[in-house]
Design a protein around this ligand. Structure first.
Ligand code: DON
Length: 553
């Protein structure tokens, strides 16, 4: 099973793509059909937020293994007037959720948190897209969703990657009649080249065009979910849907060398730990280090941050997440533990300053509608693992997420991504599971310079850190930063994952420093949009590890 997510990054301004002149806008997404949908909106006078939502809704059709309205998202926006917004469309646990809901005979069962009726939280993506368009867009939600409905109805030919995901998920999806009805033919998952038509999803999108998200959260969809859940042992209710709320949160601002890093706050762990890791790395002169030493220092930094993640991070509306994790003095103390020559064991989390009192809180603000010029959007969305819970709600075409697996379902029990957690991320009614999604913006002298983000569970956080260092310290372009071999350490398990493309001498050097290496064929998928070096245009790049594209005009 391949985990699932979408990344899209959109800017509006004078644009330059891969040497081509482009002056109005740029879109980078994991699917050409979705990139094209976003470009069409920009060309028609919509702004970056409108385009982002069009991309998202189109990806929900052509890339539904990764994301869709049955899932959640984080949207980070820099508006033309310089203001910032972090829209939290993360799933919420149902009211009947309990800390031990996945425990059977004393042991947590990850099959239950990853597949079937108990795996889903209340999806937040649609509420977030609607909120974004209403507050910061220029178009109506219906204008953005109807073209995607047409694509769902007409169908599209499955590429090798989609067909591969479907094949890997087929055994689990095949358990659900409503999922087979959409994705199977003659008892078998659709294969490469087959045309996937989704008339139910088209009808769902058209109903939303007519009745907005009421249809989903307060109408027929919520009722259909409740009914299916009742018959299949689930606990999600129509009332859970009615109670879903988008959270408008305050982005995390931190400094790295001459740059301002704008990160997504909890329940994303990404913003906190990217800032924390960069704070640690800033105490080193990365350019002056040898190549192996540099990667070793980065791996040790990742390890320290992920140890803190496992203990401290969770939904800030439920858990006290210390702001001291961002403290420079704390980072310097952690940096002091790093031995440049050899790995240092990390037994557990650290103690950030004033951890009891200075914690993340929810902040709510209202904005007026944005002008198109100078808007930047970084959005990461997901149904979690490939095809989420594998459940399609009958008659709707909507694939439900399995985001409940991002909770710590029992202390010390690994989730799909091998992550462990503690009380801060335990299941509770109405709580949002901790996420690694890390949409990020970089500002220089107050102006947007880079928008980036990634897919890959916890590897999202390490990718973003690596790509920031390659661009900000080493002056690489987005495309150059994306091709660099990746490393990832998440503290537990105590192993350093490296892409097999990492040159052998570096792998040997890291092993000599005491790292237990685990070779991976490929780790994560990032998309980057940045201002061009002359400051006049923009450059964009999609990860060569996946089939997406960056395009502007
Ligand atoms: O929110 C999270 O951290 C995960 N649900 C992200 C899943 C993911 O990245 C799947 N991607 N490949």
């Amino acid at each position: 099973m391949i985990p699932a997510i979408l990344i899209m990054l959109i800017t509006i301004a004078t644009v330059e793509v891969a040497g081509a002149e482009a002056s109005h806008g740029m879109v980078a997404s994991v699917h050409p059909v979705a990139t094209e949908a976003g470009l069409r909106v920009l060309k028609g006078g919509g702004n970056a937020v409108d385009a982002a939502v069009a991309v998202a809704l189109t990806l929900g059709v052509v890339d539904s293994d990764n994301s869709g309205i049955g899932g959640g998202c984080f949207i980070l926006i820099h508006r033309a007037d310089g203001s910032l917004a972090a829209i939290d469309g993360r799933e919420m646990a149902p009211a009947a959720a309990t800390p031990d809901m996945f425990v059977r005979n004393g042991n947590a069962d990850t099959k239950l948190s990853q597949t079937g009726p108990l795996a889903s939280g209340v999806p937040g993506a649609l509420a977030a897209y609607e909120f974004a368009v209403e507050h910061y867009g220029k178009r109506k939600l219906s204008d953005l969703i109807l073209p995607a409905a047409d694509i769902a109805e007409k169908g599209f030919a499955l590429d090798a990657s989609y067909a591969g995901c479907l094949k890997r998920a087929a055994a689990e999806m095949g358990q659900f009649e409503s999922s087979r009805a959409v994705f199977f033919k003659n008892g078998k998952p659709l294969a490469k080249g087959a045309v996937l038509k989704q008339p139910d999803l088209a009808a769902t999108y058209r109903s939303i065009a007519g009745q907005q998200s009421d249809w989903f959260y307060r109408g027929p969809f919520a009722q259909a979910v409740e009914q299916w859940m009742k018959h299949n042992g689930g606990i999600l209710t129509a009332e859970d849907f009615r109670n879903y709320r988008v959270s408008l949160r305050e982005p995390i601002l931190s400094r790295y060398r001459d740059y301002t890093i704008v990160g997504f706050p909890p329940p994303s762990s990404g913003g906190v730990h990217v800032a924390q890791m960069l704070n640690i790395l800033e105490t080193f002169n990365l350019k002056a280090l040898g190549e192996t030493e540099r990667l070793h220092v980065m791996a040790e930094t990742m390890k320290l941050a992920f140890a803190d993640r496992a203990y401290w991070l969770g939904d800030p509306d439920f858990a006290k997440v210390p702001r001291g994790l961002l403290d420079r003095g704390y980072a310097a103390a952690l940096a002091g533990k790093i031995n440049r020559e050899h790995v240092t064991p990390v037994a557990g989390h650290g103690m950030p300053p004033d951890w009891e009192n200075d914690v993340f809180k929810t902040h709510t603000t209202h904005f007026s509608v944005a002008d198109a010029e100078g808007n930047w959007v970084a959005c990461t969305a997901t149904v979690n693992t490939s095809f989420g819970s594998k459940v399609v709600i009958p008659g709707t075409g909507v694939v439900m997420n399995d985001e409940m697996d991002d909770f710590s379902i029992q202390p010390g029990v690994k989730n799909y991504f091998g992550l462990i957690g503690d009380h801060a991320n335990a299941v509770a009614p109405g709580k949002r599971p901790l996420s690694s999604m890390t949409p990020t913006l970089v500002l220089k002298d107050g102006k947007p310079l880079i928008a980036l983000g990634a897919a890959g569970g916890p590897k999202i956080i390490s990718q973003v850190v690596l790509e920031l260092v390659w661009q900000l310290d080493f002056g690489m372009s987005p495309a150059e930063a994306l091709v660099q071999p990746r490393i990832h350490h998440q503290w537990f398990p105590n192993e350093l994952m490296v892409e097999k493309s990492l040159p052998g001498k570096l792998q040997v050097g890291l092993a000599r420093r005491g790292h237990k290496l685990k070779q991976m064929p490929s780790m994560g998928v990032s998309q980057i949009v940045a201002r061009s070096p002359d400051g006049k245009g923009f450059v964009g790049a999609a990860d060569p590890r996946a089939g997406g594209n960056a395009a502007g005009w």
